[in-house]
Design a protein around this ligand. Structure first.
Ligand code: SAM
Length: 214
């Protein structure tokens, strides 16, 4: 982060600024939003009407929209990403929503240095973003801004044929799941590791860990 406080433009930001539109359409077609919403609905996240929720590395807002679709209580939702163009699309799609849990703000920032105080959030969701960062640094920053005992819903890209194709296409690095578990246990209790049904395209590239801040 430079002295003027603005995030440095990274390769990932440049890539997602260029492909935000295409990425959003691809994600709409493959049903990710419905799969994530179904999973979130299956959990008891302990949210209340004063809860603060963060989608860290939100991209075009697929996961943020999935959250709103569930009708869970919240006071405010924040979609955070480095890519300005992705956040613009997120804002457009969120403004068209008929059903929303709470108002959503978009914030351009780095998941490795989030502009929030310690223990701010009651829920964090992270989908497909830590593949662009060192694992430990990403998880420790998420743990910093999460309240004690609060959940992190973490959807990493899993090693698979589709995952390897995406790795080349999107220029990221899949972390071995053993490393994800090891790094996660430094800051979180692992409450669950859900596999999506194979009939849902999200299962071809993602798995989901339910973590609880220690
Ligand atoms: C594969 S996309 C996933 C987007 C969204 N979570 C989803 O599931 O549709 C990865 C996103 O991470 C963002 N990203 C990559 N590195 C980041 C960082 N260090 N801080 C914030 N966002 C980052 C990219 O801009 C991109 O929008």
């Amino acid at each position: 982060m430079p002295k003027n406080g603005k995030p440095t433009r990274t390769t990932a930001q440049g890539l997602y600024d260029r492909i935000a539109d295409v990425q959003n359409i691809a994600m709409k077609i493959n049903g990710y939003r419905a799969s994530v919403a179904k999973y979130l609905r299956s959990l008891d996240l302990g949210l209340r009407s004063d809860s603060l929720v963060l989608d860290a590395g939100s991209g075009t807002g697929i996961v943020t929209n999935a959250f709103h679709e569930c009708g869970l209580p919240a006071k405010r939702v924040i979609s955070l990403d480095l890519s300005i163009n992705s956040l613009k699309i997120a804002r457009e799609s969120l403004s068209k929503r008929k059903k929303a849990s709470a108002p959503t703000d978009t914030v351009q920032a780095n998941v490795l240095a989030m502009p929030f105080a310690d223990r701010t959030f009651d829920l964090i969701m992270m989908c497909g973003v830590l593949e662009y960062t060192p694992l430990d640094a990403g998880l420790s920053e998420a743990a910093r801004v999460l309240k004690k005992g609060a959940p992190l819903v973490l959807l990493p890209v899993k090693p698979s044929i589709v995952g390897s194709m995406l790795e080349l296409l999107y220029n990221f690095k899949i972390h071995p799941l053993k490393s994800v578990r090891e790094a996660a246990t430094r800051y979180f209790n692992i409450v669950g590791n859900h596999e999506f049904p194979v009939t849902e395209p999200i299962s071809w590239s993602k798995t989901v860990f339910l973590l609880e801040k220690k």
